[in-house]
Design a protein around this ligand. Structure first.
Ligand SMILES: Cc1ncc(C[n+]2csc(CCOP(=O)(O)OP(=O)(O)O)c2C)c(N)n1
Ligand code: SF4
Ligand SMILES: [Mg+2]
Length: 290
């Protein structure tokens, strides 16, 4: 797309515009992400999805905690909140309960959502709060220098596991499904079309939805684990990925070593009364509301 504009010498020239310019906060760009980081692709998928769904942008809200992923909430031009580390889900819960008309999405990192914020994830999913949680899983704390986190694979090297990680990682879709999330999917940043479709589905679905995005972090994860630069890390994920929508819980496990595939797909798509549905049903049954 292009438009005519005057340059600083007053001459008219053609200025290239990106089709998503109106969805991004231009005054916040350029972004802070490292060359080869997958976060730009993840954000682009989200920007496409919020524009495609039949929900006015004015009703969409984006929240994040702290981390490289958390910056997305500052770059997308919808009402957004860059909350404290790990606390985006309680903010999102409060927003949704106070104003159920809003379409509320949390976009944050593996460390933010599942270490310091793990408890909030658990209870929002169990209560089936009608919010969407999108987690960029780069297997480490990217922003603070590549430390080990709750999704770091066994044997992976980080700045705090110099000889390899010896903790069992969380399996995020498995956890979300076990907690009763009504929609659960996993894609890599290379599966742009699938990821966009999943985001569209999640935005329109009633109930707690969860999407895991496997994302290259060439600085914090690719380099110490000898996966190469961003493009090579992406190639590694592409070659190992297998789409399997009906994957069993065992197949969802990410080994990230040897021949084991990275299983991606739409794993759960079901219905369950939301927190507000149950509250309304109960109050109505007791004659407390009409
Ligand atoms: C209460 C608190 N503890 C710790 C930090 C430091 N901190 C900032 S970002 C971050 C980790 C981010 O990791 P992740 O959520 O995986 O995001 P990424 O940078 O990898 O996208 C930490 C520990 C903080 N900002 N606040
Ligand atoms: S540290 Fe990792 S996640 Fe953060 S911007 Fe750099 S490549 Fe991306
Ligand atoms: Mg991370």
């Amino acid at each position: 797309m292009s438009a005519k504009g005057a340059n600083d010498k007053g001459r008219i020239e053609t200025v290239e515009e990106h089709p998503l310019d109106h969805i991004l906060r231009q005054d916040r760009l350029p972004h802070i992400w490292c060359p080869g980081c997958g976060l730009g692709s993840a954000m682009t998928c989200y920007a496409q999805a919020i524009e495609r769904v039949d929900i006015p942008l004015k009703k969409q809200v984006l929240l994040s905690g702290i981390g490289c992923t958390g910056r997305i909430a500052g770059y997308v031009k919808v009402d957004s909140y860059h909350t404290t580390h790990g606390r985006a889900i309680p903010f999102a819960t409060g927003l949704k309960i106070a104003n159920p008309e809003l379409c509320v999405t949390v976009f944050s990192g593996d460390g933010d959502l599942f270490a310091i914020g793990g408890n909030h994830f658990l209870h929002a999913a169990r209560r089936n709060i009608d919010i969407n949680v999108i987690c960029v899983n780069n297997f480490n704390y990217g922003m603070t220098g590549g430390q080990q986190g709750p999704t770091t694979p066994v044997e992976a090297r980080t700045t705090t596991t110099r000889y390899g990680n010896f903790e069992h990682p969380l399996n995020l879709p498995h956890l979300a499904a076990a907690l009763g999330a009504v929609y659960v999917s996993r894609w890599t940043t290379l599966h742009c079309r699938h990821l966009e479709k999943s985001m569209e589905k999640a935005l329109q679905k009633r109930g707690f939805t969860f999407i895991e995005i496997i994302c290259p972090c060439p600085v914090g994860f690719g380099r110490p684990n000898k996966l190469g630069e961003g493009l090579e890390e992406l190639r590694y994920y592409r070659e190992k990925s297998v789409i399997k929508n009906d994957a069993s819980w065992d197949e969802m496990v990410l080994h990230m070593r040897g021949e084991e595939p990275i299983v991606v797909g739409d794993f759960v798509d079901t219905e369950r009364p939301t927190y507000l549905d149950l509250e309304e049903q109960m109050l109505r049954a007791k004659g407390l509301i009409k």
